[in-house]
Design a protein around this ligand. Sequence first.
Ligand code: DC
Length: 234
Amino acid sequence: MMAKEPIVVAIDGYSSCGKSTTARALAHRLNFVYADSGALYRAVTLFFLRKKVNFSDLGEVNHALHNIQLDLRPIDGDLQVWLNGEDVTSEIRQMYVSDAVSEVAAIKAVREELLKVQQEMASQKSLVMDGRDIGTTVFPHAQLKIFMTADPKVRAQRRYKELTEKGEHTTYEEVFANLAHRDLIDTTRKESPLVQAQDAIVVDNTHLSKGEQLDLILGMVRAIIKSAENHGFA
Ligand code: DC
């Protein structure tokens, strides 16, 4: 029998359409590793903001990138994000980071650095990774690619609720504007923009509950596992 081949599930899509929640739950149910690539871009952004790095100065960007140590740690079914030995899991979700992250994610040197970090994560174990270019650039041979989308107003409403429940002071309008701004930069940037991979399956969750969406994708992964077993790959 052939060696067990790790399965990669790539979930891409617009900001705040539930990619991370679904990817985390999926990985938990399948006992796969979960990797939130957006968290890596957010942690780099936080570091740049703290160090007052000028995003348009390549020398400063490269120097800063050499001084960043990132770590995603699965703890109690959650994923902690560590930046140079500090737990920044909550800090990277603050609005001031969200406001700057798409600018940082559009920088070629940043993407090249994080590409290596992301690809190393899939060398041994099956994994679910969510982001913007996972199915197109990071894992173009992923066995399953999902392109997730939802109505922008519904996305903004969900995100606004999440932020206010955490005690952050913001308005629906501010959240909507941030999402629209990030969608625009993410889809129009030069370096691996957010586009649907040709072989991706579109999941529009505007009218789906979290559970329904999870079951839908879980069914797809299980079909892939079964087919791999039938062909002697797993
Ligand atoms: O998924 P998120 O909202 O936490 O991602 C934060 C930002 O990082 C998002 O605006 C775009 C960027 N990003 C990216 O460019 N490529 C990825 N693979 C993941 C995130």
